[in-house]
Write a protein that binds this ligand. Structure first.
Ligand SMILES: [Zn+2]
Length: 284
């Protein structure tokens, strides 16, 4: 499809040792001792976007932004949007409402100190915005956020809101309104399947992801694809996790970059902000 409608591309900027899947192996208090590998992924992503003249949204962990303001700056220099992935990758149900307030404040402070505007977009750790943590919308609205990308409209043992609207929608609470722009799912056999990124992006053949993007766009919706810097780092240390976790984390890491490149050459992608604006949503 060669039209001007953008789909959204986003990256959750976190270190390989901060991933929920490997949580048991790296204690929070040890994070500063683990050698950072984030540059491998960030360099690959930023140069790929640059040579394809494409933009994206980078949801930074506050913890990373605090230590690496240069990475925030590199994203801004590339014309990308910088948004919030929370401070240290806590699940929303562990944070609670007061904890989320603190978490958002710390992340906003780190991003602004690094030279970014105050973020208007948020993605919770591990899609933990569910019916049980719906109060997070009130907190985001009160703090001036304009969109969220934390609801995953799938059936999953830990997260997900299976019947949630798969495109862009407006969530209304007593505090006001916020746009929800989830990562993409595709309805097959009456169920929503995650096609928007992460393990599925590396598991499914690239052509299948491209077809899924086309199919979502034919329905009149922008697709929303997300990945992480560690998915572009095939040489990261291997952690002796249980088989399924290892499989999910290390599968096809060497294919992420060529697949992303083929995808953004196949269809036009932009930041979450650009896509929302192109679809007529006001973000002021
Ligand atoms: Zn994350």
């Amino acid at each position: 499809m060669s039209d001007d409608r953008l789909s959204a591309l986003s990256f959750d900027v976190e270190e390989f040792f901060q991933v929920a899947n490997l949580r048991g192996h790296f204690k929070r208090e040890d994070w500063d001792e683990v050698p950072s590998r984030i540059d491998v992924g960030m360099n690959a992503i930023l140069s790929c976007l640059k040579r394809n003249d494409s933009h994206a949204t980078f949801f930074f962990l506050g913890w990373v932004a605090e230590r690496r303001p240069d990475l925030v700056q590199a994203c801004l220099d590339g014309g990308h949007e910088v948004a919030s992935h929370g401070y240290e990758h806590e699940y929303l149900w562990d944070l609670g409402q007061a904890g989320l307030e603190r978490d958002l404040q710390l992340t906003e402070d780190a991003l602004v100190a690094a030279g970014a505007p105050k973020p208007i977009g948020f993605r919770a750790s591990t899609f933990t915005l569910t019916k049980e943590t719906w109060w997070a919308f009130d907190t985001l609205i009160d703090r001036g956020y304009k969109y969220d990308s934390s609801v995953h409209p799938v059936r999953h043992p830990v997260y997900g809101v299976p019947n949630f609207e798969p495109g862009i929608s407006t969530v209304s609470t007593e505090a006001g309104e916020l746009l929800e722009f989830p990562v993409s799912t595709l309805q097959v056999a009456g169920r929503n399947w995650p096609v928007g990124g992460g393990g599925y992006f590396r598991l499914l053949p690239g052509a299948l992801t491209r077809r899924a993007v086309d199919s979502i766009r034919r329905k009149g919706r922008p697709a929303s694809i997300y990945l992480h810097p560690w998915e572009f780092d095939p040489d990261q240390p291997r952690i002796p996790a249980p088989f399924l976790k290892r499989f999910r984390h290390y599968l096809n890491l060497d294919r992420t970059l060529p697949r992303l490149e083929a995808l953004i050459q196949h269809a036009r992608f932009g930041s979450m902000r650009e896509v929302l604006e192109q679809n007529g949503y006001s973000l002021d």
